[in-house]
Design a protein around this ligand. Structure first.
Ligand code: HC1
Ligand code: SF4
Length: 573
């Protein structure tokens, strides 16, 4: 351990800690901007400077290791002036359209300007004109708001192992962009939005599709229906002052009905349907020498990653479409027939924790209903903006139920939203289908939790099934490389693009660097998802009565010709 003094207070921390960490431990707040714990610790912005006794210059505390007897001052006049100069220089070249910015009131730069009492900018100078890249279906970049903190660069390179954005050019002309200043739409970006989650300002945001939904809702000729992804029920409340991971399942139908949707359904229903199809696909491959390991296919960022970076695994992917897409296909066929509605008049909106779902919805493979299966995919943040615009406060709504029949679901559908959940849901069903026996303990805890890669061997009536779960694409890389090198023998792998699974998706409420330091929001939301599961009467997909009826009335059986046509696809390079 090392003992140092910060602002006259003795602090003891492990050797190798930084001064910023020591101050954090002592509840002494040092402002930061480029710092993102564990992801971007590069000392670039110099907002966290401190005075160290005996040192000639101010030091960036986020990269300064502690030493025995060190004396640190965090708020001397020189320190405060240095931070103000840094901030004013950043603001002098910043697009200051704050009230109309998507990050207004949730912007770390804006917050610092307020905290440091910046009232005017002393350094007027050259300013970059707005430079947008909005060709991607999912992500919009606005370089005029970028502060070059490189948090997005680290998220893309280190967390996702993708690395399509980097600093280009030098000095005042530096820009964070794909190589040769190409658009994100022209490079192998997987649309995950983890760069948005890391951005402290409004330089990165989702493609806003709310206008399309407002228009559809106002069109009397359209039957507008909505599905909400599993992870929304543990995150939307955060946008309305509820605690992190607050469960708002029953507020969702109330909120969406008040927005004007004709029917409010649940992606958990088609998550259950996915398990019926994917579980049977797994058994088919296992029992008849099909391609193994089977790899889950519901996460569109992961699919795009596989297409670009690991095409040799495309045949390993489950042919199941994601629950989002199965929902669209079922809505515009089975539901349309059942309700006697012309499918061309049905407008399907998805509420997703994910920016890649926008990309997935417009993929050419996704129109087996004869129409585009899903018309618009909105993120949690876009839904929150629509609700606020309409004056609907989620925290003040009564509890309501989802509509029949596409709103009926089980706990297995709900846990899709957390890493390991798809695997666990599949195992619950596969075990009972294979053995014909009731599963005594349905909670497969070995595949739960936020560890990057999880492995387990499950005994399915004498057959040992090796499974692996990876979340965050850098972890996916490790698992796939192990398989490629013959170092692992898995039968079934779950891969989710985003760290934590969908609860940590790129369309979710954005937390500041400080908030992320103190709580693992993915773990909190993941635990809430398991609480949702525990509270459900039915917790296995094959017990979902609405799914059983769908097979009886329409699809026949899992992997039937109709199922294949509507619910399955093939991805290609
Ligand atoms: Fe997901 Fe899925 S779990 S991919 O994370 O399989 O986005 O929540 O909707 O489709 O069900 C996302 C979440 C979501 C799909 C399901
Ligand atoms: Fe990188 Fe994902 Fe952002 Fe694309 S969306 S730039 S892959 S972090």
């Amino acid at each position: 351990m090392v003992t140092l003094t910060i602002d006259g207070q003795k602090v003891e921390v492990p050797k190798g800690s930084t001064v910023l960490e020591a101050a954090h431990k002592a509840n002494i707040r040092i402002p930061t901007l480029c710092f993102l714990k564990g992801i971007n610790e590069i000392g670039a912005c110099r907002m966290c400077v401190v005075e160290v006794k005996g040192a000639r210059a101010l030091q960036a505390s986020c990269v300064l290791p502690v030493s025995e007897g060190m004396e640190v001052i965090t708020n001397s006049p020189a320190v405060r002036e240095s931070r103000k100069v840094t901030l004013e220089l950043l603001l002098s070249d910043h697009n200051l359209e704050c009230p109309t910015c998507v990050r207004n009131l949730n912007c770390e730069l804006q917050k610092l300007a307020e905290e440091l009492g910046i009232k005017s900018i002393r350094y007027p100078g050259e300013k970059h004109a707005p430079r947008y890249d909005d060709f991607s279906p999912s992500i919009v970049r606005d370089a005029s708001k970028c502060i070059l903190c490189r948090r997005c660069v680290s998220a893309c390179h280190k967390v996702q192992g993708v690395g399509v954005i980097s600093p280009n050019h030098r000095g005042f002309n530096t820009i964070i962009a794909p190589v040769f200043d190409l658009s994100l739409a022209e490079v192998a970006c997987v649309n995950c939005g983890q760069c948005i989650m890391a951005c402290p300002v409004g330089a990165l945001k989702e493609k806003d599709d709310t206008d399309k939904v407002w228009q559809a809702l106002a069109d009397p000729d359209k039957h507008v229906i909505v599905q909400t992804a599993p992870a929304i029920r543990v995150s939307l409340g955060e946008e309305f002052g509820e605690s992190r991971g607050a469960i708002v399942t029953k507020k969702l139908p109330a909120a969406l009905r008040r927005l004007g949707f004709d029917r409010v359904f649940d992606t958990d229903f088609t998550a259950d349907l996915t398990i019926m199809e994917e579980g049977n696909e797994f058994l088919e491959r296992l029992q008849h020498g099909g391609k193994l390991p089977l790899i889950t296919s519901c996460s569109p960022g992961w699919i795009k990653f596989c297409e670009h970076y690991y095409p040799e695994f495309l045949d390993n992917l489950s042919t199941c479409k994601s629950p989002q897409q199965m929902f669209g296909a079922v809505a515009k066929t089975y539901y349309a027939q059942k309700m006697g509605i012309d499918p061309s008049k049905i407008f399907v909106v998805s509420i997703m924790p994910c920016t890649a779902k926008k990309f997935e919805a417009q993929r050419p493979e996704m129109n087996s209903s004869g129409y585009q299966d899903v018309d618009v995919a909105l993120t949690t943040r876009e839904l929150s903006r629509m609700l606020k615009e309409a004056g609907i406060d989620v925290s003040k709504l009564p509890d309501e139920e989802f509509d029949d029949p596409l709103g009926i679901s089980t706990g297995a559908g709900a846990i899709f939203g957390a890493t390991g959940g798809v695997m666990e849901a599949a195992l619950r069903t596969v075990y009972e289908v294979v053995t014909g026996k009731e599963l005594q303990n349905i909670e497969f805890t070995s595949v739960r939790g936020v560890e990057g890669i999880k492995e387990a061997t499950i005994d399915v009536d004498g057959t040992k099934v090796n499974v692996a779960v990876a979340h965050g694409l850098s972890n996916a890389r490790k698992v796939l490389d192990r398989v490629k090198n013959g170092e692992a023998n898995y039968h079934f792998i779950e891969i989710m693009c985003c760290p934590g699974g969908c609860v940590g998706g790129g369309g979710q409420p954005i937390l500041s660097s400080e908030e992320r330091w103190d709580t693992d929001y993915r773990e909190v939301r993941g635990n809430a998802i398991y609480e949702v599961d525990r509270s459900m009467k039915l917790r296995k997909s094959h017990e979902n009565p609405a799914v059983q009826t769908l097979y009886k009335e329409f699809l026949g059986k899992p992997l039937s010709e109709k199922s294949h046509h509507l619910l399955h696809t093939h991805y290609t390079k």
